[in-house]
Design a binder for this molecule. Structure first.
Ligand code: MG
Length: 231
């Protein structure tokens, strides 16, 4: 029987992809971009997403981009090529929507409401403090977690063992006493392996596991955690 359950946040408890696209649609609407032009929106969104990924990776890897605002501003600049003041305004509007938007994964609210009375709960997230804290508040689930470990705050990212140690310290538990649940094989599965923590893979698209990947548990619906922990 586990003594605490720890979750990844994005695309595990919260639907990151939906939050992103919804925030962008509202941003474009506010600034009168692509109104009734679905094709132009599609082209923009594909371009923006590509630039955004590259600038975000540059930012997290300590490259030339040093703020989230610059990640967004440069992504708008390269995908839209309009004027700089508009890129700045779009970045601000988008970030405000994104930080205050909370879409749950299916079953997330239900499973949290069941587990919170039985286990201390935690989150380990590779993300930005402002966004993660505000989004948890927007979803009214910030009070559910005993431990909230965000890479931006602790200076280390999954899959490094040290970020898992932060959560174990918060709970005053050993690695064999907790379960970690996450959707990423690269960050979450590998991190749990590095830390010797039991891992439940939230296989949200129910894909075949690559050769050699053997999570202790494999679920495609968060409510299956009930069976995993034996409630
Ligand atoms: Mg994730």
């Amino acid at each position: 029987m586990y003594k605490a359950i720890i979750f990844d946040l994005d695309n595990t408890l919260l639907n990151y992809s939906l939050s992103e696209v919804d925030s962008m649609k509202r941003t474009c609407n506010d600034h009168q971009l692509f109104i009734d032009d679905v094709m132009a929106w599609d082209v923009f969104w594909k371009d923006f997403s590509g630039y955004n990924f590259r600038y975000w990776m540059d930012y997290v890897n300590g490259g030339a981009i040093t703020t989230m605002k610059d990640v967004l501003r440069c992504s708008f600049r390269d995908s839209l090529k309009l004027d700089e003041s508009l890129h700045n305004k779009l970045s601000d509007t988008y970030w405000n929507y994104f930080c205050n938007t909370c879409y749950f994964e299916d079953g997330a609210e239900q499973i949290l409401s069941i587990l919170k009375d039985k286990y201390p709960l935690g989150i380990i997230s590779n993300g930005l403090s402002e966004a993660q804290r505000k989004r948890l508040r927007a979803g009214n689930i910030d009070h559910v977690f005993t431990s909230l470990v965000i890479s931006d705050e602790v200076g280390v990212r999954k899959p490094h063992k040290e970020i898992f140690d932060c959560a174990l310290n918060d709970f005053r538990l050993n690695n064999n006493e907790v379960l970690f649940v996450g959707d990423s094989l690269q960050d979450d599965y590998q991190g749990a392996l590095n830390s010797g923590i039991d891992f439940c893979y939230y296989n949200r698209h129910n894909m075949m596991l690559p050769e050699g990947i053997k999570p202790k548990y494999n679920i495609s619906n968060l409510m299956d955690l009930i069976q995993v922990v034996g409630l």
